[in-house]
Each structure stands twice: as C-alpha cells, then as structure tokens.
Design a binder for this molecule. Sequence first.
Ligand code: ASP
Length: 349
Amino acid sequence: MEKLFLLAAVMLAMTPAYIRTVAAAPHPRVTVLATGGTIAGRGASPSDVTAYRAGVIGVDEMLAVVPEIQGVADVTGEQLCNIDSKDMNDELWQRLVVRVNELLTRDDVDGLVITHGTDTMEETAFLLSLTVDSKKTVVLTGAMLPATAQDADGPRNLVDAVRVAAAPEAAGKGVLVVMNGEIYAAKEAAKLHTTGVAAFTSPDAGPLGHIGAGGAVFDREPRCHKHPTFTFETPLPRVDILYGHEGDDGVLVEAAFRAGARGIVYAGLGNGSIPVETEKRLAKAAAAGVIVVRASRINGGAVVPADPSYTAAGFIDSGALNPQKARVLLRLALANTGDRGEIQKMFQE
Ligand code: ASP
C-alpha cells in the first residue's frame, strides 16, 4: 500500500505543470445579464415567428430551458431590463455600462453574456467596446425567433455565448457578438437580415471564428483592438443620422440643427457622397460648430477621403463604421471633447 502511495506521489511530481493546472482549473463562472429581445420573446403559437412580443420571458426561464449550460460554466442569471431592443435608450445604456463594469471587476465573475434584442445589438456591443476596459470576455447574443417558436434559435445561441465567454482563447479580444454559431467582433458585427437566423455578418471581414464541436474556435484577431475607452455620462449629446437618397435637398439638416444636434452622421451614397444641396447645408452646419461625419448607406467597404470640398468643410470620414456605429462613437466623442481634430483622430483609430 505504501508503495502505491509512493508511486502515485512520484507520478504526480512528474506530471507536467500545465496538465495539473488544467485538471485543477475551477469551472469558469459566467453571469448572464438579460435585457430582453426576441430571445426572451413569446408568441401565440409555435408557428408565430413575426407577431410575437419581444422582451417578455425572464432570465431564469431562459436558463431553465438549457440545463446543459451548467456543464459549460457555473452560470448565474441577472435581469437588467426586459425590452424590445428597438426601445433601447441612453438611461438603460448607462445602467448597462455601469453594471457590466461592476460585474467585470468581481473575482467571482470570469465572463459575461448579455442577452439583447438583435435590432440594436450592434450598437450596444460597440458602445460596450468603447466603455468597458477589461481582459474578461463580454459576449452579446440574442435570437431571431421567439423562445416559443418551433425551431427557436435562442437556446443554442445562449449556450454558444456562454461557451465563448468561458473560453480562455476569447480573453482580450474585446466585446464579441455570438449568433448562429459564429463569433463577431463588436466593431465589425452588423445585422443584415430582417428575419433569418443567419442575420449577422461582418461585411468585408467575416466572422472572427465559430462554435465547433469542442467549443469556441478563433480563426483571426479582430481588425481593431485599440479603441479609446470613454466614461459614459448622460446626457450624451444629440447626434442625428440623415439618410442619403436620390433628390435629397438637405432640408433635414436644418431640422437636426434646430433640434440641437451637436453632430450629424450622413449616411451618404457610395463612398459617402453627398448631393450638392445637402452638402451646402451640412457645410453651413459644420461652420456653426456641428460635427459632420460622412458614413455610407452601403454595407461594405470603408468611407475614405473623396471630394476635397468635404475636407475643406471639415467633414470627418467614418472609415469602416456604419452610420449607427459612427453615431455611437460621435456621441461618446462629443461628450468628451468639442475638438474636431481630436474627434477625427478617434475615427481614424
Ligand atoms: N425586435 C427584437 C429586438 O430587437 C428583434 C430581435 O431581438 O431579434 O428586441
């Protein structure tokens, strides 16, 4: 018997340290912070996939549907709000940013999953990527079909998101979005389908990785790691998005100005092109101190310098940011500085 103990002790001493560490590694602890959306939606019947109500089911009920999730991590649920994400607003954003930062500083939280409606998920994900500074992983997920639908995609998305939040490989990659088996960087994720479960993509870049049989698999790094980190303070300045189109005469520029917009994102044509009448009005607004960002209504490619008159008027190029993300960055930037040059640099980063 003694010999057996001795043999076991020798074998343990000879086991490489990394194997011992893995064997002893505690189960990761992941908090699921629920905000609503279709993943928490309820329809009248299993075939009701469009006329359902989003933001109805609570986090405990969502977790109870996927008991296997506790095999991936020790998962705790918390309800921040329960809304359709079309109604996301600054007050809820502030509560979310504060709570996320609190949770991430805790020793008993290794990663965070935020369940969220898909309609504004890319904006909230990008906002968090600009206001949260942590090596721990934050993952947003949701669903395109309500929880009551026959083929509800929420349960799988939720388990996948927890897998990613618990994966050591995800740490340091910034805020992520996990939908339909794919992993996206917050800055790159975009919703490009109104109803299908494969609604998200990253135009130009593709996903960062996917959920394989063994868990999260990363194929590449996010294109941009180096964001400024802003403190979120309400009220955030008003920034309006104006959408370019044939025959645009720019009268809405004045409406935005009168409404008190400190910034205007123009979702321009092609490479951020602006019809001539609208350009005149935007240049006037810029001269009066409004920060104008040229974005694009096209879902691929970056907005890069074009007509010298845009530069002369002081317009800023949105780069790879789509209009809704450019608006998030511009609001945070304006809350911190009124300096056009500094804001321009933030967009270049
Ligand atoms: N309207 C829903 C929401 O954004 C859509 C969804 O979650 O897919 O809350």
